[in-house]
Write a protein that binds this ligand. Structure first.
Ligand code: M6R
Length: 608
């Protein structure tokens, strides 16, 4: 959701900016631009559509200069077009800004500025920032930014440059992420770490209400009121290759294939002979024993991981678990107090609704544990405890490796609680731990065995506009994730139903040839699911089943079977989803869709 990159140093800025913006493509955008200062003027280049358009412009215009700012825009105020693309400048062209988020009082400010004689070119809220800087500037960009911040309302981050002080970049953060990358005689700033990872892994993460004053040899962090801020440098342990495609055609395919390795990394040091060992969580035993209820709050795929988590925690720990969509949770006055533990789940750690839900829960006295991937993200910093997913940067908009790591987080968190609350005997615990250790290799096997057949029959999916996913128990939760994956990247309308619920209405939609993906991995309710598959078969649906190895019976009811290795019933979700991710990927690719950046979607949803 919009991306900011800034550079100040001794290298050509244009190349660094465009390259950094490419690493932020996953956030979603519809136009892009850069401004580079050549010693006399700021050259602004902007384009609509993909970054390749901006790269062409840069090739043709060859902007020269060692300081610049860049942006990918995801339209909120004003349609995606050249005039609305960032960077924006003031009337004199001496102040340039790029901005993420929303300036809520921009209309009123715009009218005031117009009355004062300022000329506006775009429909954006961003342009008021450039004119406010022009209005407030009296020789010090930091002061002009502070006065601007005092005037605006909203949730935003912006980065400003002025030709009056060409050796300085100033940025401010209020509810939209910003990371400063520290170099030798050069500094970087961006919305997310992958944009600067090639140049440095030493970063400062800005907090809300903070700003940064960058020069080649100094980085000054301060509050927007000017009070100095001391911050530890964070050393990021991702390497630049982790943010590249490594020979795969799309990031999504690479990330699907990375899952075994990512899960091994997730598990490192977290399992031992006694069971689960979560050093990073510092709950006391008394505290963990006192909770009488758990809430899981998240959005999208992260929410789906919570639906699986509910089954796992309720079975293993016998505590009631409620799962809520974050945008609903925050407005429904949830019944939580000190005896409630809230788990928020977010790959990015920046999702606005999840963050608001976290604050809502803390405001009501609950302790919050975050399962998140991004170290230093806002959710990671504000949660009381954090369990990191450790999957490395997830670039494709469709979440895959973060989802399986979220599932793994629920598995081991449930075992951890079960250990402490003594709802799990040592034998069951040992069985569960040994099943978990096998999961990465089992995923490898699924990819090797199923990818080719999926490629073949995904071809048939290119003709359909609707598909149904059915399952019971944990399989139902996985069906929801499989359905979301298919619809978000292939644009095939897909619905997930609890298999037993079909006959209460949806069965009316099943006709000859309708694709139905049936999950049948739960031994305890296997016969029931088989009956539900028969119901759709009787209406001549085209059935693909996901079943356990050795299940020959299912072949009588399904046109295709995608097998997964056997594991404990509660853990099949992490294996079953792999084939559904691959199916969504190949359906999207064969339909000619933009797999990594589906239309209208953004990786990091930082607005409500
Ligand atoms: O970064 P988060 O995990 O908080 O993101 C939540 C959702 O926006 C995200 O899972 C979304 O549903 C994905 N596009 C699904 O693939």
């Amino acid at each position: 959701m919009c991306g900011i990159v800034g550079y100040l140093g001794n290298q050509e800025a244009a190349e660094i900016l465009v390259d950094g913006l490419k690493k932020l493509e996953y956030r979603g955008y519809d136009s892009a631009g850069i401004a580079v200062y050549d010693g006399e003027n700021s050259k602004i280049l902007r384009s609509v559509g993909k970054l390749s358009e901006l790269a062409k412009l840069v090739d043709t215009n060859q902007p020269v200069g060692v300081v610049g700012i860049g942006h990918t825009r995801w339209a909120t105020h004003g349609k995606p077009c050249l005039d609305n693309a960032h960077p924006h400048s003031d009337c004199t062209g001496k102040f340039v800004v790029v901005h993420n988020g929303i300036i809520e009082n921009y209309l009123h400010l715009r009218e005031e500025l117009i009355e004062e004689g300022h000329k506006f070119i775009s429909e954006t809220d961003t342009e008021v920032l450039a004119h406010l800087l022009e209005k407030f500037y009296d020789g010090d960009l930091v002061k002009a930014v502070q006065k601007t911040v005092a005037t605006i309302k909203g949730a935003y981050a912006f980065l400003a440059f002025t030709e009056h002080e060409p050796d300085r970049l100033v940025a401010v953060r209020e509810d939209s992420p910003l990371v400063v990358g520290l170099g030798e005689g050069e500094q970087f700033i961006a919305s997310d770490i992958p944009a600067i990872l090639k140049h440095t892994n030493r970063v400062y993460i800005l907090n809300d209400g903070e700003m940064v004053d960058l020069s080649r040899d100094a980085v000054k962090l301060m509050t927007v009121k000017g009070e100095p801020v001391k911050r530890e440098i964070l050393t990021v342990d991702w390497n630049p290759e982790m943010a590249e495609k490594s020979g795969f055609e799309h990031f999504m395919l690479k990330e699907i294939h990375e899952q075994p390795e990512a899960l091994r990394r997730f598990l490192t040091g977290r399992l031992n002979e006694k069971g689960v060992h979560l050093e990073e969580l510092n709950f006391t035993v008394e505290e963990l024993r006192k909770y009488s209820k758990i809430f899981v709050v998240a959005c999208g795929t992260a929410y789906h991981s919570g639906l699986v988590g509910k089954y796992v925690i309720e079975q293993l720990v016998r505590i009631p678990v409620e799962v809520d969509i974050a945008s609903e949770f925050r407005y429904r006055s949830p019944l939580i107090d000190k005896s409630t533990l809230v788990i928020v789940v977010s790959q990015s750690g920046e999702t606005a609704d999840t963050l608001a839900a976290l604050r809502e829960a803390q405001g009501r006295g609950a302790r919050v544990v975050a399962f998140t991937n991004v170290v230093g993200s806002t959710i990671a910093r504000e949660a009381d405890q954090v369990l990191y997913l450790r999957v490395g940067p997830e670039i494709a908009v469709a979440s895959t490796k973060a989802y399986t790591a979220m599932l793994m987080a629920f598995y081991i968190f449930a075992l951890y609680l079960g250990q402490i609350r003594e709802t799990l005997g040592s034998e069951d615990l040992a069985k569960a731990v040994s099943a978990i250790k096998e999961i990465p290799a089992q995923i490898e096997k699924i990819i090797v065995n199923n990818e080719e057949p999926i490629k073949q029959f995904a071809e048939r999916f290119t003709q359909f506009e609707d598909a149904f996913f059915i399952g019971r128990g944990v399989d139902y939760a996985v069906a929801m994730e499989g359905s979301l994956k298919l619809k978000e990247i292939s644009y095939i309308h897909a619905e997930a139903y609890a298999a037993g619920e079909l006959k209460h209405g949806t069965l009316a939609l099943i006709i000859e040839g309708t694709p139905v993906i049936a999950l049948a991995t739960q031994k305890s309710i296997y016969e029931k699911v088989l009956s539900n598959i028969q119901e759709v078969r009787a209406r001549e649906a085209w059935v693909t089943a996901v079943a356990l190895e050795g299940d020959e019976e299912i072949k009588k009811s399904a046109d295709h079977v995608l097998y997964i290795p056997d594991t404990l019933e509660l853990f099949t979700s992490i294996l079953a989803i792999i084939s559904l991710q691959l199916l969504a990927y190949y359906a999207s690719k064969l339909r000619g869709c933009d797999v990594d950046q589906p239309r209208n979607l953004a990786k990091s949803v930082t607005v409500e």
